[in-house]
Write a protein that binds this ligand. Structure first.
Ligand code: NAI
Length: 342
C-alpha cells in the first residue's frame, strides 16, 4: 500500500518497459530524531515498507515508547530504539539509509535560517556519528535550514575522509508533493498523474517549481504561475501559521520523507527507474549544491536531469537568477560553520 501511495512518477517512456519486481525485506533504515513530530509518523510509514528488515530509531528523548509502540505492528521490520552517543555504534552499524529529522522546527514569524544555530550543531554531531559507523549509507537530511545543513554534512564527511557526494541528499520531496497537490487542485487534474519538478533549494524564493515542465503538460496563465509559485514557496509557512506555535509540517513531511526513503530503497534494490528531486552536490549551475531531479541507483545519484533547466520560461529564468545569491549565502554559511568547528 505504501508503494502505491509513495512511488514517484516514472519516466513516461520507461513506464511500460519497467517490469521490476522488488525483493523481500532486506534493508536497514535508521531515523535520527525519531521521537519528534516528523520522526514518529515517518517511522510508522517506514515500518509499513515491505523492503525494510530493520528499523533503528534514535533520539535523545522518548524513543523507547515510540519503538515499543511501532514494534507491535505486524509488518516485517524489527524495530529497535537507541539513545545517547554511546549507542550510535549499535544504532548505525550496517545501516543502508539514515534519515535525519532531528532538530527544532519553526514557530510563527521564524524563517528556516532562524533555526541555524541549534540545528547546525545537531546535524554536525549526528553526521559525525554516521561517518564513523555507516559511511556507506545514503544520508537523507531533513533538519532545516536544509540549504545550510546539507553543506555542513558534506564538510563533516570530508573532514572524516568519507564524503561521497552521490549519497548525501537534502530532502526537498515535500516541495514536489505540495507542487503536485496544488497544481492538480488548481487545474482539476488526477493527482496521481501530476509531476512538477522543483529546483533550487528549500527555503522561500530558493524553492522554484518549474511549472512549465509539469507532466502531463499543462497551460497556466501568468497569474496562475505567479500564484502557484508563491503558494508552493510559502506552503511551509502556511502550516507553521495554522499550527500557531505547535510546530511546522510533520505529517506531510513524514509522507514526503517516506516517499524519498522508499525511492532510495528501490534504487538500492536495483530498480532502474527511480527519479526524485533532491538538494545535492551538483554541477548543473554555478552553485556547489542545487536541487534538481536526479536518477537514483545503487550507488546513489546516477544522473542529473539537466533537461529540466533547458527552455525555461522568462518567469522561471528570472526566478532562477534571483534565488542564486540567497542560496549561495546559505551554502556558504553552512560551509564556514563546519570549517570553523572542524
Ligand atoms: P520536533 O521538535 O517535533 O522533533 C525533533 C526531534 O529531534 C525531537 O524528538 C528531539 O528530541 C530530537 N532531537 C533534538 N536534538 C537531537 C539530537 N542531538 N539527536 C537526536 N535527536 C535529537 O521537530 P519536527 O517537527 O519533527 O522537525 C524536525 C526538523 O525538520 C526541523 O528542523 C524542521 O525545521 C525540519 N523540517 C524539514 C522539512 C523539509 O522539507 N526538509 C519540512 C518540515 C520540517
Amino acid at each position: 500500500a505504501l508503494q502505491a501511495l509513495c512511488l514517484p512518477k516514472l519516466e513516461p517512456k520507461q513506464m511500460s518497459a519497467n517490469s521490476f519486481q522488488p525483493r523481500a525485506s532486506t534493508f536497514k533504515v535508521a531515523v535520527l530524531g525519531a521521537a519528534g513530530g516528523i520522526g514518529q509518523p515517518l517511522a510508522l510509514l517506514i515500518k509499513m515498507s515491505p523492503l525494510v528488515s530493520s528499523l533503528h530509531l534514535y533520539d535523545i528523548a522518548n524513543v523507547k515508547g515510540v519503538a515499543t509502540d511501532l514494534s507491535h505492528c505486524n509488518t516485517p521490520s524489527q524495530v529497535l530504539d537507541f539513545t545517547g552517543p554511546s549507542e550510535f555504534s549499535n544504532c548505525l552499524k550496517g545501516i543502508d539509509v539514515v534519515v535525519i529529522p532531528a532538530g527544532v522546527p519553526r514557530k510563527p514569524g521564524m524563517t528556516r535560517d532562524d533555526l541555524f544555530n541549534i540545528n547546525a550543531n545537531i546535524v554536525k554531531t549526528l553526521v559525525e556519528a554516521v561517518a564513523d559507523h555507516c559511511p556507506e549509507a545514503f544520508i537523507h537530511i531533513i533538519s532545516n535550514p536544509v540549504n545550510s545543513t546539507v553543506p555542513i554534512a558534506a564538510e563533516v564527511l570530508k573532514q572524516k575522509g568519507v564524503y561521497n557526494p552521490k549519497k548525501l541528499f537534502g530532502v526537498t520531496t515535500l516541495d514536489v508533493v505540495r507542487a503536485n497537490t496544488f497544481v492538480a487542485q488548481k487545474k482539476n487534474l488526477k493527482l496521481i498523474d501530476v509531476d512538477v519538478p522543483v529546483i533550487g533549494g528549500h527555503a522561500g524564493i530558493t524553492i522554484l517549481p518549474l511549472l512549465s515542465k509539469t507532466r502531463p503538460s499543462v497551460v497556466f496563465t501568468d497569474e496562475e504561475v505567479q500564484e502557484l509559485t508563491v503558494r508552493i514557496q510559502n506552503a511551509g509557512t502556511e502550516v507553521v501559521d495554522a499550527k500557531a506555535g505547535a510546530g511546522s509540517a510533520t505529517l506531510s513531511m513524514a509522507y514526503a520523507a517516506a516517499r524519498f526513503v522508499e525511492s532510495s530503497l528501490r534504487a538500492l534494490d536495483g530498480d532502474d527507474d527511480v527519479y526524485e528531486c533532491s538538494f545535492v552536490q551538483s554541477e548543473l549551475t554555478d552553485l556547489p549544491f542545487f536541487s534538481s531531479r536526479v536518477k537514483l541507483g545503487k550507488k546513489g545519484v546516477e544522473a542529473f536531469i539537466s533537461s529540466d533547466l533547458d527552455g525555461l520560461t522568462e518567469f522561471e529564468a528570472k526566478a532562477l537568477d534571483a534565488l542564486k545569491p540567497e542560496l549561495k549565502a546559505s551554502i556558504d554559511k553552512g560551509v564556514s560553520f563546519a570549517q570553523k568547528q572542524g
